[in-house]
Design a protein around this ligand. Structure first.
Ligand SMILES: *Cc1c(COP(=O)(O)O)cnc(C)c1O
Ligand SMILES: [Zn+2]
Length: 404
């Protein structure tokens, strides 16, 4: 039996088809390309029960991932992260059935490991020698470490304000680290130049088609971990939007496979920070695409993306599932981060905390009903961001008391 049932790449905008057996970037129309599988064959050959015996990593879904041979799989053991209830937060927010999908528990400390594992493995399979990417930090950390394991040279360009630890990840893995004075969108321009001048493989968000394939496995896992019954709502901290587009893609694939039979898919919610909310603005204005968000600013660094190339796909995913887009304040992010840590023991990242802050608001205005099953996605480990907890109180500096 085949390891992967990858068939080809397809443009979601103009329906052009591309071979998946050579390096591809964007469609000629400028849209990202999506991987397509021979789902009818998967349906015949694999049953969802077959998964039970498999390793607890995202590679348990290898038939639905793009890597053809197991020798090309670059893995640090990523995926199959905990999906657990957070009853005390649920009680506080008035949501009976609230879950956290905790991506802090993953190599490199953020869910960017999923995209990197699958993206780098496929790059290796396609014979890529050198790759380049702009990043807000976590993706750079993950891609540089997975590239190191694959023996691929990497060039990582990030804003100098990015979390310090991610710079260390890039440096220690032997990648080339470029720091810029600006945003991820400016870093993107530097990468575009490198790609043009040197012919590197451009692994910017959605400019290669396989990072999303790694991230979509969050959707498979949520379905499998809930015994193939889906939650009512999934909240996702949205920057480039790869994860939310991926989760939607995964759910559609599962539906086609007949592994889920619910009529209604979960309502997908794109959560952004008030200081950078282009998707929310587009959603509220009923637009199909977002506009560049000027002077964006938020402590939730991973979602500081002023203009996402896949914005139209994010908007489509929330529209087609009856979801919504919502922005939250910096203060509410901090509060939720503290509430989740102090009530549940999960030290989540600010981006993940944004989904809890959003769940709270959506419950307050009754968009989420009290008896609905709700999943908040925590996309990273709080301990990756020590500098976001400036010493603002004497306790952090001196402790509560000095015991002699
Ligand atoms: C990159 C990142 C995000 C946003 O992910 P997208 O899929 O690009 O929207 C959210 N949280 C963290 C911690 C990130 O690093
Ligand atoms: Zn196209």
């Amino acid at each position: 039996m085949k390891y992967s049932y990858l068939s080809h790449l397809e443009c979601p905008k103009c329906s052009s088809i591309y071979s998946a057996e050579e390096v591809q970037q964007l469609c000629q129309c400028g849209s990202p390309l999506l991987a397509k599988y021979r789902l009818d064959e998967v349906k015949t050959n694999i049953k969802r029960e077959d998964l039970q015996r498999r390793e607890k990593s995202l590679w348990r879904y290898h038939e639905l991932l793009p890597v053809h041979t197991i020798e090309n799989v670059i893995t640090l053991g990523e995926g199959y992260t905990p999906l657990v209830t957070v009853p005390k937060i649920g009680a506080k927010y008035g949501i009976d059935d609230l879950y956290i999908k905790d991506e802090g528990i993953i190599p490199t400390g953020s869910f960017k490991a999923r995209g990197a594992a699958v993206g780098v493995s496929k790059a290796k399979e396609l014979g890529v020698k050198t790759l380049a990417m702009p990043t807000n930090g976590n993706a750079g950390g993950a891609w540089s470490l997975y590239s190191a394991k694959a023996g691929i040279e990497s060039f990582i360009v990030m804003p100098k304000e990015a979390p310090a630890i991610t710079r260390v990840e890039v440096h220690i893995s032997g990648s080339h680290l470029y720091l810029i004075n600006g945003l991820i969108s400016d870093a993107g321009k530097v990468v575009a130049h490198l790609v043009k001048e040197k012919g590197f493989y451009d692994v910017s968000t959605l400019k290669e088609p396989y990072r999303i394939e790694g991230k979509k496995t969050m959707g498979y896992e949520i379905a499998e971990q809930m015994d193939w019954k889906l939650p009512d709502v999934i909240l996702y901290p949205t920057g480039g939007g790869v994860g939310i587009i991926g989760i939607y893609k995964a759910l559609l694939e599962l539906k086609e496979l007949g592994w889920i039979n619910e009529e209604k898919l979960p309502r997908l919610v794109a959560v952004q920070a008030e200081g950078c909310a282009p998707i929310v603005k587009a959603w509220e204005e009923g637009k199909m695409e977002s506009e560049f968000w000027e002077n964006s600013e938020t402590n939730a660094f991973g979602i500081n993306v002023p203009k996402a190339i896949g914005d139209f796909l994010v908007l489509q995913a929330i529209r087609e599932t009856g979801g919504c887009a919502i922005s939250v304040s910096e203060e509410s992010i901090k509060n939720s981060q503290q509430e989740v840590a102090s009530l549940e023991g999960n030290f989540i990242c600010p981006e993940g905390a944004a989904t809890f802050a959003a769940a709270k608001i959506l419950r307050e205005n009754n968009w989420i009903k009290p008896n609905e099953t709700v999943v908040c996605l925590n996309t990273g480990q709080g301990i990756k961001y020590p500098e976001s907890f400036e010493v603002e109180s004497a306790v952090l500096e001196k402790g509560e008391a000095i015991i002699l």
